[in-house]
Design a protein around this ligand. Structure first.
Ligand code: SAM
Length: 371
């Protein structure tokens, strides 16, 4: 069987969480430009090819924070055994077998180093198998075992309808490991006795935005890809959720939050799920290792005084959860509350979706909460 490295839309960069100039709250000028300072390789994102950066997002130096760092809870492993129409059936030999509604799908999964639990005929019976380029940003093909399937099919998670989608980059229109964050956010929104404002950065096909809006939040969804925003709107229409208050914004995430900061906008919950490398719609460069400190710094400034959480997920990066954990604690100095960090894992659930097996790690996360 072929082994592939997993990636998600937007990726590829080298480097470390570099030292950046800081400023006090009065704001001295930056010592060096921060955003878009390194040349980036061309990349493909949802099939849209962008080449050279054409625009440089605005920036500012980091704030100097004082006060105690928030309390810490580590390691926290947030585990999902699947939800709604999704579960992980089995994994092994560099692959995973997943159930998405009516379809069983086989995709590359570099972390599944162990042998599969289920017999080969179960795997061979999958409806769709992704056979791709082994390169991280490689395109690939879906092989349909019985009949050619349509590009999309309906799915439901946490009560929200959306479309599963066979994309050219092995993704299926949703990252189900995020369900644990979405369920947490839904709880916060439903428990609040006021309409919460939720910001979903790098929002992709909008499932988190729809979950938040369905729970009663006013949502701002930001993504650089026109195509992904189009898919998110399709998802909204599928669930007849057009009347829900969601602003769909196709923009570079950093540029957007810097503008929100200048405007004094505030949010009660911010979800941010940045790729390792990405591009804004005007070629703005996003390098996680270079820009994450500023992104969190700005996110903190646009959290409302009664904010309920800042949730960061990071995937496909060579780092420990401690690197985003300590960054989050430094960023949230003086804010009180706690920072909990660890991994998001999906547990195998067998063909019936109810038989717990091995845990598959998908990403790192760090979340600041006020208590
Ligand atoms: C892995 S997806 C996020 C998935 C999402 N959290 C979910 O679970 O549905 C990463 C997204 O970041 C977007 N992106 C990449 N670079 C960006 C940038 N500079 N500004 C805004 N969005 C960007 C991509 O278009 C892609 O939709």
């Amino acid at each position: 069987m072929v082994k592939h490295r997993e990636s998600r839309p937007g990726h590829k960069a080298a480097g470390g969480l570099g030292a950046r100039p800081r400023r006090d709250m009065s704001g001295k000028p930056p010592a060096k430009p921060a955003h878009a300072s390194k040349p980036a390789k061309p990349s493909r994102d949802h099939g849209e090819r962008v080449t050279e950066p054409r625009d440089v997002a605005p920036e500012r130096p980091l704030m100097t924070r004082s006060g105690e760092r928030p309390a810490e809870r580590v390691p926290v492993i947030l585990e999902s055994l699947g939800a709604g129409d999704f579960h992980l059936i089995d994994s092994g030999n560099g692959l995973k077998l997943e159930q998405y509604g009516p379809y069983r799908i086989v995709r590359p999964e570099a972390q599944a180093l162990w042998p599969p639990s289920l017999a080969p005929h179960v795997w061979d019976n999958a409806d769709a198998i992704f056979t791709g380029d082994t390169d991280e940003d490689g395109m690939g093909r879906w092989r349909f075992q019985r009949e050619a399937l349509g590009e999309t099919w309906p799915l439901q998670l946490l009560g929200v309808d959306f479309l599963g989608r066979f994309t050219a980059f092995r993704h299926v229109g949703v990252f189900p490991e995020q369900i644990v964050h979405w369920a947490w956010m839904k709880e916060q929104v439903e428990a609040a006795k006021r309409p919460l404002k939720v910001l979903n950065l790098f929002g992709y096909t909008g499932v988190a935005s729809l979950v938040a809006a369905a729970a009663g939040a006013e949502v701002t969804h930001v993504d650089a890809s026109k195509k992904a925003i189009g898919w998110a709107r399709e998802n909204q229409a599928l669930g007849r959720m057009e009347k829900l208050p969601i602003r769909w914004i196709c923009e570079d995430a950093m540029k957007f939050i810097l503008r929100e900061e200048r405007r004094g906008s505030k949010y009660d919950i911010i979800l941010t799920d940045p790729p390792k490398f990405g591009r804004g719609p005007n070629g703005e460069v996003w390098h996680l290792f270079e820009h994450l400190p500023l992104m969190l710094d700005v996110c903190r400034e646009i959290l409302s005084p009664k904010a309920l959480g800042l949730v960061l997920t990071a995937y496909s990066i060579r780092a420990s959860f401690y690197s985003i954990h300590e960054l989050m604690r430094e960023t949230m100095r003086g804010a009180g509350g706690a920072v909990e960090s660890g991994e998001l894992v999906i547990r195998e659930a067998g063909p019936d979706g109810r038989t717990p097996g091995r845990a598959l790690s998908t990403s790192l996360f760090s979340r600041w909460v006020p208590k």
